[in-house]
Write a protein that binds this ligand. Structure first.
Ligand code: NAD
Length: 373
């Protein structure tokens, strides 16, 4: 059983799908591990560290030759996988809805593609959940990015020269990233408020010492759909939410938006007129920018200014903390494969619940219900 760890090729991707720690653990399970030279460079892991952990380090061709499992952060180009075994597993964040052509190409090439972002949100799979591990770091970094762009301090400071008032921060979308953004903004001393369409988040917001801002008295108010994910809201709700946001946002210095709906474009939460109502020097970070954006005028990969307000649209925010995000991503992959490791077979054998959820392709076909249905 050979596991190949590739150097990422997507633009701006700094993470790597295995660390020396997980390499050692895979070897302890009985696998051989090959790492493409330079794979860890952007996450501060040297080739020598992989070699010391027991991996062979070499060219892409040598890494892939005879591989049964290929690990990636993002999905590798199917054409670049020459040498991997027939039916090899591709285990990575495969962006199944956004990169459907590539999924079809994995099927055509006979690979078994396993999309880690389709991991079910169930208790026993928490340690395998890349969305959570990466969103948590992205929520933290979003607040630091906001603080870096903000020309003022976050905490209240009482000094001999006078008082600096605390920044007011508003977090929109309180999933994993939003909860970490609230906690981080609180740690930095901001006064924090937050909103979501799922009423279950109210208590979570309060438990972090922030103020919940919620639409009340509107039909169809519960936005929680299957798997605890948000659903698209009624027109009436969207109108009430826009009014609520308008009155609140004008008083905010920092806004962090994280709202996503799986398989759909991100909901638009902040309009240009609302941006214009904010004080000059305020900062908005749109963590959903790559999914279409929560903020009008946000541009993926850029920091832009509108009406004196900075709108931060960094792409792949977790990758901006590449050492930590790689360490957690790698452990997610290890936890996944080791949980299902069958000692007699010398390889992982997936069960139905998780296997069917993550498997996109098998035996030349796309087999995942979320893609077919
Ligand atoms: P996400 O990244 O899909 O979305 C971010 C947040 O945006 C969500 O809280 C969502 O409700 C919110 N949102 C969507 N539309 C909105 C709108 N119009 N206005 C305001 N907010 C809006 O969310 P996530 O972090 O992936 O979490 C999704 C669910 O999965 C949650 O219920 C979470 O508790 C659950 N979860 C479970 C596990 C587990 O048990 N293994 C792990 C992580 C998350």
């Amino acid at each position: 059983m050979k596991i190949a760890v590739l150097k990422e090729t997507a633009e701006g991707e700094r993470r790597v799908a295995a660390t020396p720690e997980t390499v050692k653990k895979f070897i302890a399970l009985g696998a051989d591990v090959a790492v493409e030279a330079g794979a860890g460079d952007t996450a501060n892991i040297a080739d020598a560290d992989y070699a010391a952990a027991g991996a062979s380090v070499g060219t892409r061709a040598a890494t892939l030759k005879g591989a049964d499992i290929v690990l990636g952060v993002q999905g590798p180009d199917p054409e670049s996988l020459t040498g991997a075994n027939a039916g090899a597993w591709i285990v990575a964040g495969l962006n199944p809805f956004g990169a459907r052509d590539r999924v079809d190409a994995y099927a055509a090439a006979g690979y078994e593609a396993l999309a880690m972002e389709f991991m079910p949100r169930i208790t026993r799979a928490q340690s395998m959940d890349i969305l959570s591990s990466q969103a948590n770091l992205a929520g933290y970094k979003a607040v630091l990015d906001a603080a870096a762009e903000y020309g003022r301090a976050f905490p209240m400071m009482m000094t001999a020269a006078g008082t600096v008032s605390a920044a007011k921060a508003f977090v929109m979308g309180v999933g994993v990233a939003g909860l970490q953004a609230i906690a981080t903004a609180r740690r930095l001393g901001a006064q924090v408020s937050a909103t979501d369409v799922r009423s279950a988040t109210k208590e979570q917001i309060q438990s972090l010492g922030a103020k919940p801002i919620f639409v009340e008295n509107v039909a169809g108010i519960e936005g929680e759909g299957s798997g605890g994910y948000a659903t698209e809201m009624s027109e009436e709700y969207q109108k009430a939410q826009a009014e609520l946001v308008s009155s609140h946002i004008a008083k905010q210095d920092i806004v962090i938006t994280t709202a996503l709906i799986p398989g759909r474009p991100a909901p638009r939460l902040i309009s240009d007129a609302q941006i214009a109502s904010m004080k000059p020097g305020s900062v908005i970070v749109d963590l959903a920018v790559e999914a279409g954006g929560n903020v009008e005028g946000a541009i993926a990969g850029k920091v832009v200014e509108r009406h004196g307000v900075k709108i931060v649209g960094h792409k792949n925010v977790a990758s901006r903390l590449a050492a930590d995000s790689s360490a957690l991503f790698s452990r997610n992959l290890y936890n996944f494969l080791s949980t299902f490791w069958d000692k007699d077979a010398g390889k992982p054998v997936l069960d139905e619940e998780i296997g069917d959820a993550v498997r996109l392709t098998k035996d030349g076909k796309v087999v995942n219900q979320r893609l077919l249905g």
